[in-house]
Ligand binder design. Structure first.
Ligand code: C5P
Length: 316
């Protein structure tokens, strides 16, 4: 019997090289100016046809186990992405989504957004829709602020609440990543940022030419000088152990270090994989003491987004 057609799409995690957060808006979101970069850490979505009109989802980690913190119901962002595309294009059939999660959950790496972006691309192919890029980007923006970036990937300027993306040329980067649990809630980190700023009016967010120049031409010291994250003080207030690891990594010779997005993932900018191992050895004891159970790994950017990550090795 012929196996059912399956479409597999990967989507990358994102980091923010700079994340400037403006005042809270009337819709509850904050205006942002950010430089996103996609890194070589991927979730994968397999979309399989269903004979009925149902959208179902099953998320597993790399070892095939259920993923704590991920709900496999209609509220799952991948399921919402499939349902949104289905409704927008008037599709009658359903889909079963198998999500293989490598990107840590609630980590400031936009893993849920990656799953949604991969699902849009996979279902578009499975259902033979041929939706244009603008349609997918518009649907992505309705699903979450980081979903449009997960579609395009690479390096991009993000504005609005993060959903307007403009691709940028960028030099390659290497990072030592410290992934720790439990995750941090993104709304909680934004809310704490507002509390910490109480009484002060933040400036309108803007990514300057110094940042764009450093991102484009590279050079770890130049790039390190412009790394910034306005959510970092709030993430550290909620998870104080992050501060000790950050200061240890900087003192150990990392060119720069910052919290990824809303945290708690930490990133150290390094020259290459060997430098990453050196910094990892230096921070490991403090990581063990202050962020028990955390994992160290080396990641690289930029990589393409979900739109260019259709898996065609025939191993479906
Ligand atoms: O867009 P997304 O669903 O990823 O946002 C999750 C939460 O993060 C929002 O509900 C809001 O609390 C916060 N957020 C924000 N401003 C942004 C993006 C996210 O306040 N620009």
């Amino acid at each position: 019997m012929k196996p059912p057609p399956v479409v597999r799409v990967r989507a990358p995690a994102k980091i923010n090289l700079t994340l400037q957060v403006g005042p809270v808006r009337t819709d509850g979101f904050h205006d942002l100016a950010t430089v996103y970069q996609a890194i070589d850490l991927f979730d994968e979505v397999r979309a399989e046809p269903r004979p009925d009109a149902v959208v179902s989802v099953e998320s597993r980690d790399a070892a095939g186990r259920p993923v704590p913190g991920v709900v496999d119901d209609a509220g799952n962002l991948a399921a919402r992405a499939a349902a949104a595309l289905r409704q927008h294009c008037g599709v009658a059939s359903g889909v079963h989504l198998r999500v293989r999660k490598e990107i840590p959950v609630a980590a400031g790496l936009a893993g849920g957004s990656a799953d949604a972006a991969a699902t849009l691309v996979a279902c578009d192919l499975l259902w033979g829709l041929g939706a244009d890029c603008t349609t997918l980007l518009d649907l992505a923006a309705t699903l979450g602020s980081d979903v449009p970036f997960a579609l395009v990937g690479g390096t991009a300027l993000g504005t609005g609440r993060g959903e307007h993306v403009q691709q940028l040329a960028a030099a390659p980067t290497t990072w030592l990543m410290v992934s720790s649990s439990p995750g941090l809630s993104t709304p909680a980190v934004y809310a704490r940022t507002d509390q910490l700023r109480a009484g002060k009016q933040p400036l309108p967010p803007l990514v300057g030419h110094d940042v764009l120049g450093a991102v484009q031409t590279g050079g770890v010291d130049r790039l390190a000088a412009v790394l910034s994250n306005d959510l970092e003080p709030a993430a550290i207030a909620l998870r104080p152990g992050l501060a000790d690891v950050l200061s240890t990594g900087r003192a150990a010779g990392a060119a720069g270090g910052l919290v990824s997005g809303s945290g708690p993932t930490l990133l150290f900018l390094v020259r290459d994989d060997v430098h990453a191992e050196q910094v990892a050895a230096a921070v490991a004891p403090v990581v063990t003491a202050r962020l028990p159970g955390a994992r160290l790994s080396t990641v690289h950017g930029p990589v393409p987004g979900a739109a260019k990550q259709v898996v065609t090795d025939g191993a479906a």
